[in-house]
Design a protein around this ligand. Sequence first.
Ligand code: HEM
Length: 173
Amino acid sequence: MESLKYALVLVLPAAYLAHWYLSTAPAPSAPSEPAPAADDKEPAKSVMSAPRDDLAPPKDDPFTQAELAAFDGSDPSKPIYVSIKGTVFDVTHKAEVYGPGKSYSIFAGKDGSRGLGLSSLNVEDAVPDYSPLDAKHRNVLDDWYAFFLKRYNIMGRVTDLPEIQPAPADESE
Ligand code: HEM
């Protein structure tokens, strides 16, 4: 009995922590309906926004990192952009998570690929150079990239990103 209780205590937070994974796995049943109201015990899956089928054709506008910084949500008259692996996405319609002071504002107006790959919300990890990431974390980053591709319009590319080094050989396992 005790162990069952502990299992539940461990599994629920783990389900939340795995949301980036769950949301990008090719889910057999896409979460297309909103999470049920008044049931905040409903874990993962339904918390992530559904893919969109009304995305505009991708744009190819060039942005320097300095130019991108203007789209961090601090000016409400401007859209909010997030870059992943140099591709700039318009996340304005999710200002409730990317806007100033919101949960994921550290990714706004910049390329924070390293932090996404590391599943880190530390601001010092929200940098474009993901060279230190091993293959596993690069996969997490690619999952986020795929997630954004299905949900946000592409506005262009960051032109002055550091060169990414290949993943370090994994000799640890
Ligand atoms: C206990 C830890 C966490 C919980 C409970 C949690 C919960 C959530 C929830 C509820 C959403 C959906 C928000 C919405 O659509 O309104 C979300 C989205 C998101 N999470 Fe987390 N999260 C956690 C940790 C993390 C970490 C460590 C990262 C670091 C990469 C992260 C990155 C994101 C991102 C980028 C989105 C936005 C996806 C989108 O654009 O729709 N989360 N998270």
